[in-house]
Ligand binder design. Sequence first.
Ligand code: SAH
Length: 556
Amino acid sequence: MEGLSPAIVILGPGALATARRLQAGLPGSLVHGLTGRVEGDVSYSAFGDHLRDLYRQQRPLVVLCAAGIVIRTLAPLLDDKTAEPPVLAVAEDGSAVVPLLGGLAGANRLARQLSTLLDVAPAITTSGELRFGTCLLDPPVGYALADVDVAKHRVADLLAGEPVRIEGEAPWLDEVPLARDPAARQRILVSPLASTDDHTLLIHPRAVLVAVRADASAATVSERLARAGYAPGAMAGLLARAEDMTDLRLAALADALSLPLRFVNNTTPEFAGQAVMRAQGEGVALYLHPAPLEIDRLGQRRGRLSVVGLGPGAADLLAPVVRRALDQAQDVLGYATYVKMAGPLRPDQLTHASDNREELQRARHAFELAASGRQVVMVSSGDPGVFAMAAAVLEVLEGADDPRWAAVELEILPGITAAMASAALAGAPLGHDFCLISLSDNLKPWSVIEQRLRQAAAADLAMAFYNPISKARPHQLDRALDVLRSCRPALTPVILGRDVGRPGGGLEYTSLGALRSEMVDSRTLVILGSSHTRRFPRADGGEWVYTPRWYDTELL
Ligand code: SAH
């Protein structure tokens, strides 16, 4: 898909040098390395799952291993040809570049690019590409085939040697060895117009811009377009007035038409010098530009703020939807440690790292950036809704009087919270009813914490404690333990998850009676079992801890 940078996937150190050579020529690309075998920018632990995830995200794939491995890995996903991203196998030593899939998405173009970087010949097997040196079915950015199936037939005619005339501006075909003949029956037509004949390979330049008022409807846009004779595929995007940015009908309209939406200050768009107004009425005006339009140059997009959870730290515990938001971010905000954890980021992405305690200020900063049309990501560790930034962001939004903030496209993207990551390592200590409690009294009185601990204990819930201790609050955990020991037996299982999912992290098993606050620091999550929580040995010498799904009051 246009815009997504390729993932360079390697399995071992033998491929690293080639991977880095390719990366240097592919801006924004990252090297994905197998955990424990080779250090890339992103690490993964299961090759097949990771490759399929990237493929589903439509990410262009450059995989440095045998073509057969790539084919077998992706085979279960290969049913819809139009949805294929480019997939290429590259020999570890850089001696061969083999485009496997995604011919319509630029695989051959990428293969040529990689071959130039490695100074080898690409293994191009597409017949049209071999004959013409370019894929006629994959026009450059800014152009779209009117109809892929019809176009395939036309290319077959050209491959059979039929002469062709070219009408319209198609600079990328200048060097292509086609049998040109101004009188030919076959025609390649580059035009925004919808109508054509049986001998035409029709390519639309995305050159029609649709200026809309906030009350315009999708039906009116389609009707105006049809009346002017333009094809839907020729539309470059919607343009609206900046003062309408808060009007969500426009976002719905852009969604309905699957078009990008940009806002401009002046109702006479700045491109008017080159573009010509073609139709107007009912809040819709069509402009035709002489060449494809780069919509990003024209105006400002609606700002977006994604509040994301990074999970505990390991890259493979990060949700793909969060990875995508990070890829698209222009600004990344958060506590410095987490901004670092969100990386590697590209040099064009701005980071705004701040101190952990400045949450509300950070949230306001994020809205200011997003309200100016930027794509902003606010990072939290774990889940953003668990003692983290999502609530802070909503708190400032509710209290805001700037209507531009309300117009920001706000999304909260979940992550694996520390309690879940720790519990999974131990077994299933939270397998029955449980609660999550922060022991920090920064934002709530200590008396409330004590009362909740008593009530949770009385309800016989398993508990997970966040923020158990810190330099500024060294005594809280001991005070909490005093309360808990008065309500639960000393043998109740306790699990300490420290830096879970991060280098050097892991679990420690103890009990309520044996737990000492020196065993815990601010990067620890404490799980306390209920009366039903059990432990038994694992085959590897460790132990499993779980709370059964059933409950027997006689056990109390
Ligand atoms: N939003 C985070 C929690 C932030 S509160 C989440 O959902 O996980 C910070 C507390 O979370 C820390 O004091 C610690 O108790 C816990 N924590 C966060 N990351 C952790 C990790 N990787 N391992 C263990 N505990 C962690």
